[in-house]
Design a protein around this ligand. Structure first.
Ligand SMILES: C[S@@+](CC[C@H](N)C(=O)[O-])C[C@H]1O[C@@H](n2cnc3c(N)ncnc32)[C@H](O)[C@@H]1O
Length: 252
């Protein structure tokens, strides 16, 4: 995530159309403008999961339920910070009517130390070379934020480094994963874990692929996806600008 907050406004304002889903309505301001591509990608994942659900036989639904998995939609966010995108997506999940669970993974105390790959790829003047970024948050503050938004029942927190928390997740198929963790190795760790566990039609969203501040994100995604069949899709809301273009794949 880059720090610039932007606004996407049309020259003349169309009437709000309450029959269209939230992401089809203008204007988009502040945090919402920055998150529009995420919202589109999340809608796509919800749509694919709902279609797949319709395809499931009663027998398979019953078997999943008996196995203790009564969720139609499993999602994860790798890099939560203050919980802004987590809350936006969890609220959309609730509005969709699908029963789902959102796994929220973070140290909740900022970026880990930079690796050799990060130091090699980071711009010379990057402020995170000298200062720990995203440390101005806490586990308690994000939990309170999630509770205040009324989505606590669908969010499961995993506090710590991904290397420690990923192996503790239950082994289910995922329909949506937002990888927003800036650095090289965390991207690889998350992709190693989630890519083989994605449902067909599941979406992995790469928040930092186009980041100028964190070029190691793109390097990691490109390295991981080199021998994979999925195409990278790029979404841009409005004019070009720092970190405006976001990237996702749809699992085959
Ligand atoms: C850009 S912030 C996430 C922003 C958030 N998605 C939002 O919408 O506001 C990146 C987050 O990734 C987390 N992070 C990066 N590497 C991590 C790792 N290896 N383990 C756990 N958390 C990590 C940081 O703690 C930080 O909170």
């Amino acid at each position: 995530m880059d720090s610039a907050i932007t606004t996407v406004k049309p020259a003349t304002m169309p009437r709000f159309n309450s029959r269209l889903p939230f992401s089809a309505n203008l204007p988009y301001e502040g945090l919402l403008a920055e998150r529009l591509p995420l919202i589109h990608a999340f809608s796509l994942a919800l749509h694919h999961a709902a279609l797949a659900r319709m395809d499931l036989s009663v027998y398979r639904k019953a078997r999943a339920w008996l196995a203790g998995d009564d969720c139609a939609f499993h999602a994860a966010e790798c890099g939560v910070y203050m919980g802004n995108s987590l809350v936006a997506c969890a609220q959309m999940l609730r509005a969709s009517g699908l029963k789902g669970r959102f796994h929220a993974l973070d140290t909740f105390s900022g970026l880990p130390d930079l690796s050799e790959a990060d130091l090699r790829l980071a711009p010379e003047n990057a402020k995170y070379r000298a200062q720990k970024l995203f440390a101005d948050t806490s586990f308690e503050a994000v939990k309170a934020r999630v509770a205040e938004a009324g989505v606590s029942d669908s969010v499961v927190f995993h506090k710590g480094l991904f290397a420690d928390t990923l192996p503790q997740l239950s082994d289910v198929q995922y329909h949506f994963v937002n990888i927003d963790c800036d650095l090289f190795e965390p991207h690889i760790e998350c992709l190693d874990y989630f890519y083989p566990r994605m449902a067909r039609g599941g979406v992995i969203f790469f928040d930092d692929y186009d980041s100028r501040e964190f070029p190691m994100a793109r390097a990691a995604v490109d390295q991981f996806m080199r021998d994979k069949p999925e195409l990278l899709f790029h979404l841009r809301a409005g004019d070009d600008g720092p970190n405006r273009t976001k990237t996702y794949i749809v699992k085959y």
